[in-house]
Write a protein that binds this ligand. Structure first.
Ligand SMILES: O=C(CO)[C@@H](O)[C@H](O)[C@H](O)[C@H](O)COP(=O)(O)O
Length: 209
């Protein structure tokens, strides 16, 4: 196990009960990216902000400089001097999409069809069996998140839930449930952050070190 993983539990000993689940989440995410999959993310309120945060860590350099490999760099050089400018600034990316940022689609679907199905519709549109769906829910019971997981499972995707002590419905539904040992919404959210930072650092190390 990596030093980054161990640092999480040295810094947050209260997260020890989640140790196996965090490792399983890492392995599932790495396997998905290695088979050409992408990560879809969903959550509400503060957890929606967490989805955006994770996308920011995965889609560009986080702790490491992600210089393009030579073959990728060469593809840009067809544009001459401008190609070099482009190649020098592009960074390796792990494909991740936050499903909470599609305001046009979401507002229309909520207004016209059903609020609890708005994220699920995006999972249906974007999801492939090689992908992971990562959901954050402090209760584990938010209907739009539960529906999204149900659709992802029907599509054969890997489902990972970050939730609180009880885990709510997500504990049973998700392939991997990371249940931090807290009950209050802010306390749960405050422990989700170091967990997803750790997962993003481990993924970056696996693909770009
Ligand atoms: O950030 C906070 C409270 O810290 C709130 O915005 C909170 O995320 C919202 O009430 C969510 O709707 C709660 O949903 P969930 O975590 O139970 O799925």
């Amino acid at each position: 196990m990596s030093a980054i993983f161990e640092q999480l539990f040295a810094k947050y000993p209260d997260l020890q009960p989640c140790r196996d689940a965090v490792w399983q989440a890492y392995e599932a995410m790495e396997a998905s990216f290695r088979r050409g999959g992408k990560m879809l993310l969903a959550g509400n309120g503060g957890s929606a902000a967490d989805c955006e945060h994770v996308v920011g860590e995965l889609m560009k350099g986080f702790m490491l400089k992600r210089t393009l490999p030579p073959a990728e760099r060469d593809k840009m050089l067809i544009h001459g001097e401008e190609g070099a400018y482009i190649a020098d600034r592009l960074q390796g990316a792990l494909p991740a999409i936050s499903l909470v940022s599609q305001s046009g689609l979401s507002t229309a679907f909520i207004n016209d069809v059903a609020a609890d199905m708005a994220v699920a519709q995006q999972v249906y549109g974007y999801g492939r069996p090689e992908d992971t769906l990562v959901v954050f829910s402090t209760s584990g019971n938010s209907a739009n998140v539960v529906r999204a997981v149900q659709v992802a499972k029907s599509l054969g995707m890997t489902t990972i839930g970050l939730t609180g002590r009880t885990g709510g419905r997500l504990k049973e539904l998700c392939d991997i449930a990371v249940c931090v040992p807290y009950d209050g919404t802010p306390d749960i959210q405050e422990r989700h952050l170091p967990i997803y930072h750790t997962l993003c650092m481990m993924l970056e190390e696996a693909f770009f070190a």
